[in-house]
Design a protein around this ligand. Structure first.
Ligand code: ASP
Length: 439
């Protein structure tokens, strides 16, 4: 039995937590490969080491020297080593890292040093080898290169019955460090699980798994015991902030289950993420609710749009030209809309895009509206339960909320509802109440 365990930033935040991790590892001999994040926040208002490293890079670019931010990173690691009692020459390691940052002058390199140092300290504390992700996780350009990575990583793990691997980064063929997007140690954990042929990928964090909705909106919502990979992807993409939304891809093909565990409540069962829907998906039509605010909808109308070959193609070409990705594209016979993260449309981009779409497809009408929140109601059970959408929209109507947009994936795994930003919380509460309180 092989388990790959990834520990997130809070689990690595200080020396006491390093010892907690050591205890968890010691409780199960199958926990052979450990993937670590950089130390996160110790208390609210604290800084994550990765954020300090990004600041260190800025200082380096501005002044040519390492300044206050890097000193704070050094302090964090000195106290972790002191508190945990790890036998590790932290001063030499910090000196080497500082020198390498000055040489590399690369944002990705500097940002990656939190995981690098955390991994080395953890390896020393556990008395197992450290595996530098630069040697085994390959990127091509800024994309993960699976074909190059797996043979390298498998060969490296073969020689090591146990190891600590640094999360979040890797390197391209030329040896330049590249990182995944923020929170990317989850992805490294999944890659290592796949390469190790793990039976289970344990993702240790600071919450006891997924909750049915955001606890900042509904106090103490129900926990989710089991999720499918696809439900996980939908929920994490739509803002359920437990795991990186791309972390299922490496484990999916190998069918490796994931379990979310809480480092601070190891007795909790957490959430299990399985390749397929739960057996009893019918019992509960909705597995979870997630959502995000601040979208813009560009709405197009043109009579006989349905008969005009290439209409969507020409409109989408404008978005491509502006390097804009859209979230949803609800359409009717004579209408089509693009739902886009408003962040991408700042600084006059929206006006420009509207003008170009106008010129490309000559619609009868083109308008846009912003401040839209998207709420995703996710669950395999929805397709097998008659009347789920009726219940959903009745609950939203009861809350007095006006629905601005609806998009149901043809997989019937989710229904996306667009409401005004200011109605978002009210909508989440109403939907939660309907599906998790009334039975
Ligand atoms: N340390 C990185 C971040 O803060 C990656 C991770 O923690 O997964 O985003």
């Amino acid at each position: 039995m092989i388990k790959v365990c990834k520990f997130g930033g809070t689990s690595m935040a200080d020396g006491t937590n390093f010892l907690r991790v050591k205890e968890i590892i010691g409780q199960d001999a199958a926990r052979r490969y450990i993937v670590v994040s950089a130390p996160g926040k110790r208390y609210s208002g604290d800084d994550k080491v990765t954020d300090l490293l990004f600041a260190a890079h800025k200082e380096l670019t501005a002044t040519g020297k390492l300044g206050a931010a890097f000193s704070r990173v050094c302090e964090r690691f000195r106290s972790i080593v002191r508190e945990s009692g790890a036998e590790f020459d932290v001063e030499t390691a910090l000196e080497e890292v500082g020198r390498a940052m000055l040489d590399a002058r690369s944002e990705a390199f500097t940002a990656s040093r939190g995981e690098y140092l955390a991994g080395r300290v953890m390896a020393a504390l556990l008395g197992v080898p450290f595996l530098d992700a630069c040697e085994v996780i390959r990127f091509r350009g800024d994309r993960f290169d699976a074909a190059a990575t797996y043979p390298l990583l498998r060969a490296a793990l073969k020689g090591k019955p146990r190891a600590v691997v640094a999360g979040f980064y890797g390197a391209d063929e030329g040896g330049h460090v590249c990182t995944f997007s923020r929170g990317g140690s989850d992805v490294t954990g999944a890659i290592v699980a796949r390469a190790a042929g793990a039976d289970l990928y344990e993702n240790w964090t600071d919450v006891s798994g997924f909750l049915a909705c955001d606890p900042h909106i509904v106090p103490s919502p129900a926990g989710i015991e089991a999720l499918s990979y696809r439900e996980l992807r939908e929920l994490s993409y739509m803002g359920a902030n437990v795991m990186h939304s791309e972390s299922i891809f490496p484990v999916r093909e190998a069918g490796i289950p994931i379990r979310i565990r809480n480092t601070f409540r190891p007795e909790d069962e957490g959430t299990c993420i399985l390749p397929n829907p739960r057996e009893n998906a019918e019992d509960r039509p909705v597995t979870g609710i997630a959502g995000k605010k601040n979208f813009t909808v560009i709405f197009l109308e043109k009579s006989l749009m349905n008969a005009e070959i290439g209409f969507a193609y020409r409109a989408l070409e404008v978005l491509t030209r502006h390097n804009i990705s859209f979230e949803h594209m609800p359409s009717g016979i004579d209408t089509m809309s693009f739902v886009i993260d408003s962040e991408q449309l700042k600084g006059g981009a929206l006006e420009q895009i509207e003008a170009e779409i106008e010129a490309a497809v000559h619609p009868d009408r083109i308008t846009s509206f912003d401040n839209i929140a998207l709420l995703a109601v996710v669950g395999h059970g929805m397709s097998r339960n008659v009347g789920t959408s009726a219940r959903l929209f009745r609950a939203i109507a009861r809350a007095g909320v006006n629905v601005r947009m609806i998009d149901q994936g043809s997989s019937e795994l989710n229904i996306i509802v667009g409401v005004d930003n200011e109605d978002y919380e009210r909508t989440v509460r109403a939907v939660y109440e309907e599906f998790f309180k009334r039975q």
